[in-house]
Design a protein around this ligand. Structure first.
Ligand code: GCO
Length: 255
């Protein structure tokens, strides 16, 4: 029996920060479900290698190299995608950075840089994509939040602020865009063993903390996030709007 409810055939998706880590896994999953995926990162060569891997697996992909902090380039990339492929159906705002430092050492510049990359860019890319999605009365905007949208920990005040804000932005967009058939949801990953977290994985004390704090007793594998992106983008997720889908092995429900 074909699982049409999870099919993305004919859909056109842009995934920011998709040359590695969680973005790459989500891009592969969307392509595997039938979407044409526009891969994004700052380095064209890396993106083309990713595109080749998706094509080698029978999927459809193209590349769009830009830095999400460059609003003109980011919005221009959406325009180019619409021009080349006729529209945009799915936007996954995944690109993000993390900066870790003691509060006394955390500069305003670093704080602003994290907010700009992890929150402000999601706002203007969603606003620009929504301009097209509302006209076609269909769209799926997925913001990649974090368990730090609902929790806090020392040394990452900007990341916690940005990801908390992203959960709020998701609700605001869900309310405003829903009447035009555009949903907006957030995926909140727990601790996944990605390049962003290498320093934490390799820290014996933090690694033990994550394993003890998580009922599944381990870090998430990046490939374990792809299904949620497909689900929220697919017909199966059509009536989900404004939701924060936590994928953390149970971390946030453990006392
Ligand atoms: C940290 C981590 C988090 C991760 C984690 C939560 O410093 O606590 O880098 O920011 O992103 O996976 O989403």
């Amino acid at each position: 029996m074909h699982m049409e409810i999870f099919s993305l055939t004919g859909k056109r998706a842009l995934v920011t920060g998709s040359s590695r880590g969680l973005g790459w896994e989500m891009a592969k999953a969307l392509a595997g479900a039938g979407a044409h995926v526009v891969l994004n990162g700052r380095h064209e060569e890396t993106l083309r290698a990713c595109m080749a891997e998706i094509e080698a697996s029978g999927g459809s992909a193209s590349v769009s190299a830009f830095d999400v902090v460059d609003e003109e380039a980011a919005c221009g990339a959406i325009d180019s995608m619409v021009e080349e492929f006729g529209g945009i159906d799915i936007l996954i705002n995944n690109a993000g950075i993390v900066h870790r430092a003691e509060l006394k050492d955390f500069t305003t510049e670093d704080f602003t840089r994290v907010i700009q990359t992890n929150l402000t860019s999601c706002f203007y890319m969603a606003r620009h994509a929504a301009g097209y999605m509302t006209k076609q009365k269909f769209g799926r905007i997925i913001n990649i939040a974090s368990v730090l949208s609902v929790l806090g920990r020392p040394t990452v005040p900007a990341y916690v602020s940005a990801k908390s804000g992203l959960a709020g932005l998701t609700r605001g967009l869900a309310v405003e865009l829903g009447p035009d058939g555009v949903t907006c949801n957030a995926i909140a990953p727990g601790y996944f063993a990605t390049e962003l977290n290498t320093a934490l994985v390799e820290d014996p004390e933090f690694n033990q903390f994550v394993c003890d704090r998580t009922p599944l007793g381990r870090w998430g594998e990046p490939a374990e996030l792809g299904g949620a992106a497909v689900f929220l983008s697919s017909p199966a997720g059509a009536y989900i709007n404004g939701h924060l889908l936590v994928i953390d092995g149970g971390m946030t429900i453990k006392l």
